[in-house]
Design a protein around this ligand. Sequence first.
Ligand code: EPU
Length: 419
Amino acid sequence: MAQEVIKIRGGQTLSGTVNNHGAKNSAVAIIPAAILAEDTVTISGLPEISDVNTLVSLLGDLNINTTLEGSTLNVDPKSIENAPLPNNKVESLRASYYMMGAMLGRFNKCVIGLPGGCPLGPRPIDQHIKGFKALGAEIDESSDTSMKLVADKLVGANIFLDIVSVGATINIMLAAVRAEGQTIIENAAKEPEVVDVAAFLSSLGADIKGAGTSTIKINGVSKLHGSNHQVIPDRIEAGTYMCIAAACGDDIKLNNIIPTHIEPLAVKMKELGVDIQVDDDSVSIKRNTPYKSVDIKTLVYPGFATDLQQPITPLLFLTEGVSFVTETIYPARFRHVEELQKMGANIHSADGTATIKPSQLKGAEVYASDLRAGACLIVAGLLAEGVTTIYNVKHIYRGYTNIVKTLSALGADIWTEEI
Ligand code: EPU
């Protein structure tokens, strides 16, 4: 079967303006959350990515009427039916696990295929399950391909997460907003996407306090109405373009950012020596090499995002010393290392840490093992001498709106080919 590859002839200097899109990791929770409403919901500012299309199609499988035009989705859940959700679509993205919390919240019951997504090593959902059980659900995990969740009724509970998990925090909120009584989630994730989902649910009439702190209190309500909601800007997409600009930009301006959300990356970039100017809702960046070597350790928000350790790695080839990247969220998220080695990079990883030394990259044939590894290979390809061919680009399209077109408009020599 023909597949698309992305090709990049590196070495161009990029300039111009990029308009950042809505946050993927908010969008993929807010779309399932819309089924909790009993009236029409309009979600705007969505990224134009394949994960959004897959989730919209899952809503269709529940007999929900949807119209997706550009970045705006209308969801009319009035004719919703509680159908089992098929394995193939669910498997194609990890965030389909939000259908569990949302359907449980809406129907007290759901049958759903097991979630897939980027291969970042083991990604259990035990904390989600623990939360659903605490709210009164019984879970049947006897099938290899699907899971059944059923509750007579959901009743609020105190849930202490053993691990700070974005997915579990959001999923428990989804199941709890229509439960009877109060739910308290302790050791909750504080990521901006958690706050955005809480804001969306509140716009439907939910009673949620404390989102963005480690204790979230939810008082269940019996019904949720419709609303209009605008998704927050994507701090990871923004961060990726910031890395691209620092690698090969001569004055790139990125619009539609929230300064506090990009601060953990901006601070690290300043440490590297990148010329960066953050304004109210934009950031401007110029390449300013050679950079100083830095150490990066991924942490939960507001620490350095795991999703940006791969895209920032190519910048560390432009330094004068040795840099270290330590991954604490997904210790196996280093599948980009082998691909960078194919490009002549001096990089090695062991025990959750990559060691990175100055290198001149050369074009090569490389494989995007996951979404952010793909973003890393794009930055690397833009820096490399000669042509880089990136395979398995479906992962890149899961998370970046029109990335090839956007880079091309900035002056990159980048194109796609069917092979
Ligand atoms: N974990 C468990 N048990 C659970 C849940 C999580 O052990 O029940 C572990 C995970 O294996 C991981 C850590 O806890 O080691 C944190 O995982 P978390 O649940 O926070 O991650 P997630 O919700 O599955 C989201 C994003 C990821 C992002 C992480 C961390 C979505 C759809 N995905 O994943 O985004 O890396 O939070 O911020 O929101 C990406 O965009 O490329 C991406 C992978």
